[in-house]
Design a protein around this ligand. Sequence first.
Ligand code: FES
Length: 122
Amino acid sequence: MTGDANTAARQGSVLVEIGPVSRFLPDGERVVTKAGDHEILTLACDGEIFAVGNRCTHRPWRLEAGRLRPEACEIECTLHLGRFSLRSGAATDGPPGRPLPVYDVEVIDDIVHVRIPDSSMS
Ligand code: FES
């Protein structure tokens, strides 16, 4: 699902509202949110909610349909099978050489939020 962001600014960063925790846990959705220059993929793995950039760093291919590898909390790009850690954003296999952006996730009153740099919201 793609949605526009509700945002709240604070100290050099912006908190973007993503949706209720119940959408993600226990076996939740993948949610794509656009906020400024960012396209954020939010999803859960192993009981934890992660937010990473939704564009593969090998080619500008969207990751939202990629296979989740729950044993390592990695997502696999559907185009050339590059893999990324959801925890660190690191490219762990395949052609991508650069990591994905990783965003801090904050849960406030059972609503998932993602924190992004303020300067990128112009
Ligand atoms: S586009 Fe993702 S691995 Fe090539």
